[in-house]
Write a protein of this length. Structure first.
Length: 429
């Protein structure tokens, strides 16, 4: 018993003298570890705070005679600037100047590293080198890359031009608009004035898709014409193809062999959502049409309704009242998408064209479409409409511009229009 007590006493003495030293060593190890960690963090912070060098432009387009500034952000030492081709673009202390058309690489060397900006130099140019325009319509000529000094028309009776480049078509024929600029160069625009789009033998894409050059106001506005539809062209004048994959409507007329291969109009459209799809198949346009009406059991209105089949219509974008200024923003933004309840939504000018030109009985093919259809894909790629403005314009009925390539009085009155009934009940919209 005595030996056991003695042993416990000795162990206690050892712990009394050894434990503080153990705790002290452990604490020192923890402190050292903490200091080392903090030192590492400080080092990492210093390295992180150092700004990575980069150019403010990696690619840039500049016109001949124009300049822009390149900056190497984060550089603390001198920068050596150089150009791969000084015949195309020069650089001095970061100021890059276009000399002639072509490509050049601008280099910034600093701290042993080289940074590159690819520069494309373009010659000044007119927004149009050729332009077709209908009698009484106008368009604006603008020069890019320099400043216009004067405008002149070679045949003022065919088309006149104002001091700020506004061209007005007056008479059928051709004229040349000359634009003299401050760089000493003169640029030309060949203008053809026509009466009827159907008379053009070799139409351009802009001829076939006039909406791509229209303003937002024209695409959603109300031209104020509410006359009842009296007559239309013959049912066989056109054939329509609606491609659901690419969201385009294509109108064709007959070629010399009597086949519907000659394009007349290309239109961007919205189609049915997956839950409410637009039906596919070949249909005959029906008779029921409405100028500007409310969809049943909704607070949505639409312009220029033309019934295709059942509850499916061609019609404009949507509104919350009988006033074009109350357009719904999403219905415009959703053109080119599959979001409708089955109807085929269009801009106002395109819906108007179908309303007046596509007679009841006209054949319409609605197809699923495919990504492999390169021809339709090319049409869809070019059908780009202006973006919706952030500030809602005040659209006044009857004061909306009309720059379309046809007028109502040009439409052949070959088939008397007889109002039909709305088959299938309310519209799908």
């Amino acid at each position: 018993m005595f030996k056991k007590c003695l042993l416990l006493g000795i162990i206690s003495l050892i712990l009394v003298f050894a434990l503080p030293n153990f705790i002290d060593v452990s604490a020192k190890k923890k402190t050292a570890s903490k200091e080392q960690t903090e030192e590492t963090e400080v080092t990492e912070t210093i390295e992180t705070d150092k700004e990575v060098l980069h150019l403010n432009h990696e690619k840039k387009v500049v016109y001949v005679g124009k300049s822009f500034k390149l900056k190497l952000t984060g550089a603390e030492t001198d920068i050596t600037w150089s150009s791969s081709d000084e015949a195309v673009a020069t650089v001095s202390e970061g100021k890059v100047t276009g000399i002639s058309e072509g490509y050049a690489y601008i280099y910034a060397e600093c701290e042993g590293e080289k940074y590159t900006c690819t520069v494309k130099v373009k010659a000044p140019e007119l927004n149009y080198s050729t332009k077709r325009v209908r009698i009484n319509n106008t368009f604006k000529l603008e020069v890019k890359g320099t400043t216009a000094v004067s405008f002149k028309s070679s045949k003022k009776k065919i088309a006149s031009v104002s001091a700020d480049g506004l061209v007005k078509a007056k008479k059928e024929g051709k004229t040349t608009i000359s634009v003299t600029c401050e760089n000493g160069e003169t640029y030309l625009c060949e203008v053809e004035v026509y009466l009827n789009i159907m008379d053009i033998e070799d139409p351009t894409f802009e001829d076939l898709a006039p909406t791509v050059n229209m303003t937002f106001e024209e695409l959603v506005g109300d031209n104020g014409i509410y006359d009842e539809l009296v007559a239309t062209p013959a049912p066989g004048t056109y054939r329509l193809v609606v491609d659901l994959y690419h969201k385009v409507v294509m109108a064709y007329t007959k070629d010399e062999d009597g086949n519907y291969t000659k394009p007349v109009r290309y239109m961007l459209c919205g189609v049915g959502a997956s839950s409410t799809p637009t039906p596919t198949g070949t249909f005959k346009m029906e008779k029921y049409r409405l100028r500007y009406e409310l969809f049943n059991r909704t607070i949505c209105y639409g312009q220029y309704w033309s019934i295709l089949t059942g509850r499916i219509y061609f019609h404009s974008i949507l509104y919350t009242s009988l006033n074009a200024k109350d357009y719904t923003e999403t219905s415009y933004d959703n053109l080119g998408k599959a979001v409708s309840h089955g109807c085929i939504r269009l801009t106002v000018p395109d819906a108007r064209w179908i309303y007046y030109n596509v007679a009841p009985g006209t054949e319409v093919e609605v197809r699923k479409g495919s990504a492999d259809d390169k021809e339709t894909a090319a049409i869809r790629k070019q059908l780009v409409l202006p973006k919706r403005p952030s500030k809602r314009p005040n659209l006044v009925m009857g004061e909306i511009p009309d720059t379309d390539n046809w007028t109502i009085d040009e439409v052949p009155q070959e088939t008397e229009f007889i109002q039909g009934s709305q088959n299938g009940g309310e519209a799908a919209y």
